[in-house]
Design a protein around this ligand. Sequence first.
Ligand SMILES: Nc1ncnc2c1ncn2[C@@H]1O[C@H](COP(=O)(O)OP(=O)(O)OP(=O)(O)O)[C@@H](O)[C@H]1O
Ligand SMILES: [Mg+2]
Length: 234
Amino acid sequence: MDAEIIKLVNISKVYVSAGGVKTWALRNINLSICRGDFISIMGPSGHGKSTLLYIMGTLEKPTSGKIFIDGEDVILMSDEELSRLRNRKIGFVFQQYNLINRMTVEENLELPAIKLGLPRSERKKLVEEALLKAGCELSWLKKRPIHLSGGQQQRVAIARALVTNPQILLCDEPTGSLDSKSAEVVLDTLKKLNTLGHTVILVTHDKNVASIARKILLIRDGMIVDEKPVTQSG
Ligand SMILES: Nc1ncnc2c1ncn2[C@@H]1O[C@H](COP(=O)(O)OP(=O)(O)OP(=O)(O)O)[C@@H](O)[C@H]1O
Ligand SMILES: [Mg+2]
């Protein structure tokens, strides 16, 4: 089995505005992420962190370069193939949780399993497993997300990302809207998921948050300018 789960080769991303103004969000990124890695991507606002994460997650297409996810060349894939790949292999966690408030927690969590076409009995099992893995309580299932605290909602969002048991977990500022205590619980959850084997990539502008990973990539002006291991001594 290939040790690299994500490989980016010479990735650039240019956004062009309606007036023709070009923004180079990423410039010639080369990056290999191995199975089981825990990586933080740090850098100032507007320097390309989210763009890099969304390209790794195939939510954005690069302007040039190649991407391999679990050995598969995704540049050549159709939208339908990409969507299938995302459903099976990639879980996303966003700053604003992105849960659907008119649905219960249970209904939110079932959605990714419905997309995979799984029968109800199997969906229920996957939902409960994901919920417990993300440190949520079964009593939350019948609640609506807005009746939970921010930290609880983010753990539900992590559970939703885990329902299909994806190898890769991509998190964009997952603690950006949380107080420090809730943030700590969410970060502990991500750490635990990494020890269970999920490859975790965490975007943040906060050095303390970044240092829960094993390696920090520093991005500036769309380029990776530094890459260093985290020393556990603090
Ligand atoms: N859809 C888009 N259309 C045009 N420009 C965009 C788009 N998305 C991002 N950009 C631009 O690309 C650059 C990188 O943006 P990106 O969102 O990746 O930064 P970021 O590091 O995640 O910032 P933040 O910390 O504020 O979230 C910025 O200049 C941004 O304005
Ligand atoms: Mg961002």
